[in-house]
Design a binder for this molecule. Structure first.
Ligand SMILES: Nc1ncnc2c1ncn2[C@@H]1O[C@H](COP(=O)(O)OP(=O)(O)OP(=O)(O)O)[C@@H](O)[C@H]1O
Ligand SMILES: O=C([O-])CC(=O)C(=O)O
Ligand SMILES: [Ca+2]
Ligand SMILES: [Mn+2]
Length: 570
């Protein structure tokens, strides 16, 4: 039976919590007020000691005592290391192809779903479970996804490290005591045996890492990577399957709301500014990375934020800075051995240093994390070529064109192996997480924007005055002013002119932003180089879009034609 249709289907293969152990203050391994043993009907699961939904304090104790490289920083965060993998491994993400997923999912060129068969999944599952069974303890988290109470998903995460348990404690929605008592059977389970590799001689394997998703079994297995983002984004993939089946659009976006109830969505690939720009001291934070847009409005999927912290500064990003306190997980940062002061400029472990904290750590988080229909849809691109304007207003067809293109310069580190910015296209600003064909999500977005009258914007948070290497990144302060003008509505009132090639509408002025930077040609000293670079980027866009020219978007062909015409002309 398909996953999306079996919300309350009882499941035999996941463990069920039956009995609580005694609380013992003298031993860190037993200091748990609520440590149930697990009763399993799946004979493969024989976890001896289950540490169930521990508190942050308990998880700190386990991490510091048993996990090499775990320390408490000067602000009280738990600093830890993810091992050899410090970013996601998209080339090792596999999905079981069966009778249902064969027709439902996006496969083949451009798709993130690398196929595997059921038998191989079971081999990897057995390997993960055998590894977890060998440990003298496992951590189990029972939590929720999605703040929309009617579409909440129950997730269970079985992991080997306190770091992973605390990470998910922060990133998923934390159940109340009552909700936990009545938790019942999870809708989805992750077995994270990340410290243990897959067997490279197993069919389909191409490395010692494999992240395997089996939709019908409602399970994911992780082998050979301890990077915690795999769990978060693995569950996001699951939501990208489940929610559209309920006519709910799942989005790789940040989201916030003004005092007057105006909601903005921030789309963009990794490192383009979703977290930075949705965390805005003057607005309510709904979420920084994963949302749903239903008939009722928007809802955050997660219970926490996962902020990049390379070069983090107290002045530029005060709310994120202050969230890095007791309870927050700091991944792969470097700190002074004695003072435990973190050096956020240090990239020696990775560029992709991260902080995971519960959303309540942001003072103006909106709890529950839900809001009305969006007024503005902001597409963020970090343009390493430096030719896209800092801001342009988009019509619906242009919004769809840029949403489907999903352009950015991938910023170093979040995906394993990428070390410096390169131009990249990722459909729906998150192809790595899509389960269905991109045009399915695009059609839903178009329909929702049209119905609710949302305005689309393209904001370049990348380079100005030249490409990466010669120009410089647009000042965050300017980008914030641009975003302020979008939120307040003042940007709708100014004059616009249309750029050549991309046909983008650019404003003549934005409050407190130097007008000369608004048209990027002004910022380049070498105008020929600018024109060449512009043409080059336009060519890349056209090339990329060719794969989509044979698909219809939405009910009527008119929109499809408009979208095709909304790209660059050269
Ligand atoms: N003009 C700018 N606008 C936005 N961010 C900027 C700008 N200049 C520099 N930055 C930096 O770029 C980074 C943006 O990262 P952010 O965490 O917001 O990415 P993200 O879109 O949330 O990615 P992910 O999906 O990987 O979490 C931050 O480190 C921020 O300080
Ligand atoms: O998934 C991660 O590791 C970080 C993230 O948010 C992204 O890449 O979009
Ligand atoms: Ca983010
Ligand atoms: Mn993300």
């Amino acid at each position: 039976m398909a996953f999306g249709e079996t919300k309350t289907q009882p499941q035999t293969q996941t463990p069920e919590v039956v009995q609580a152990k005694k609380y013992d203050q003298n031993d860190v391994d037993k200091v748990s007020h609520f440590t149930p043993t697990i009763c399993v009907s799946d004979s493969a699961l024989k976890f001896t000691n289950v540490l169930y939904n521990l508190t942050p304090a308990e998880l700190y104790e386990h991490a510091v005592k048993y996990e090499k490289g775990s320390f408490i920083t000067s602000t009280g965060a738990l600093a830890t290391r993810s091992g050899a993998k410090t970013g996601r491994s998209p080339r090792d993400k596999r999905v079981v192809k069966d009778a249902t997923t064969q027709d439902d999912l996006w496969w083949g060129k451009g798709s993130p779903n690398i196929e595997m068969d059921e038998h191989t999944f079971m081999i990897n599952r057995e390997r993960a479970v055998d590894y977890l069974n060998c440990l003298d303890k496992v951590f189990v988290n029972d939590q929720f996804l999605n703040w929309d109470s009617e579409n909440k998903i129950k997730v269970r995460i079985v992991s080997a490290r306190a770091y992973h348990s605390l990470f998910m404690h922060n990133m998923c929605i934390r159940p109340t005591k009552e909700e936990l008592e009545n938790f019942g059977t999870p809708d989805f389970t992750i077995y994270n045996a990340g410290k243990f590799p897959c067997n490279r001689y197993t069919h389909y394997m191409t490395s010692s890492t494999s992240i395997d998703l089996h939709i019908a079994r409602k399970e994911m297995v992780i082998l050979g990577t301890m990077y915690a983002g795999e769990m978060k984004k693995g569950l996001f993939s699951v939501m990208h399957y489940l929610m559209p089946k309920r006519q709910i659009l799942s989005l790789h976006s940040g989201c916030n709301m003004g005092k007057s109830g105006d909601v903005a969505l921030f789309f963009g690939l990794s490192g383009t500014g979703k977290t930075t720009l949705s965390t805005d001291h003057n607005r309510y934070l709904i979420g920084d990375d994963e949302h749903c847009w239903s008939d009722k409005g928007v809802s955050n999927i997660e219970g926490g934020c996962y902020a990049k912290c390379i070069d983090l500064s107290r002045e530029k990003e005060p709310d994120i800075w202050n969230a890095i306190k007791f309870g927050a997980v700091l991944e792969n940062v470097v700190f002074d051995d004695y003072t435990r002061l973190v050096n956020y400029a240090d990239k020696s472990v990775t560029e992709n240093t991260r902080a995971a904290y519960p959303i309540e750590f942001i003072p103006n988080a909106l709890i529950p994390c839900v809001g009305p229909h969006p007024k503005n849809v902001i597409l963020l691109a970090c343009d390493a070529f430096g030719v896209l304007p800092p801001v342009s207003k988009l019509n619906l067809a242009q919004t769809m064109y840029h949403f489907i293109s999903g352009y950015t310069a991938l910023v170093a580190g979040t995906e394993d192996g990428i070390k410096e910015p390169t131009a990249t296209f990722s459909a729906c600003f998150g192809a790595a997480f899509l389960m269905l064909h991109p045009t399915k999500y695009a059609a839903m977005l178009a329909e929702k924007m049209q119905t609710h009258g949302a305005t689309g914007w393209l904001v370049n948070t990348g380079w100005s005055g030249g490409s990466y290497g010669s120009g410089s990144r647009i000042k965050l302060a300017y980008t914030r002013k641009i975003i302020d003008a979008i939120h307040s509505g003042s940007l709708l009132k100014t004059e616009y002119k249309k750029t050549k090639v991309f046909g983008l509408e650019i404003p003549s002025e934005v409050e407190e932003v130097p007008s000369e930077i608004l048209d990027p040609v002004n910022t380049w000293s070498d105008k020929n180089a600018y024109n060449e670079t512009l043409m080059k980027l336009a060519g890349l866009f056209k090339n990329n879009f060719e794969t989509f020219t044979n698909y219809q978007i939405g009910e009527d062909n008119k929109l499809t034609e408009e979208i095709l015409a909304a790209g660059p002309h050269c």
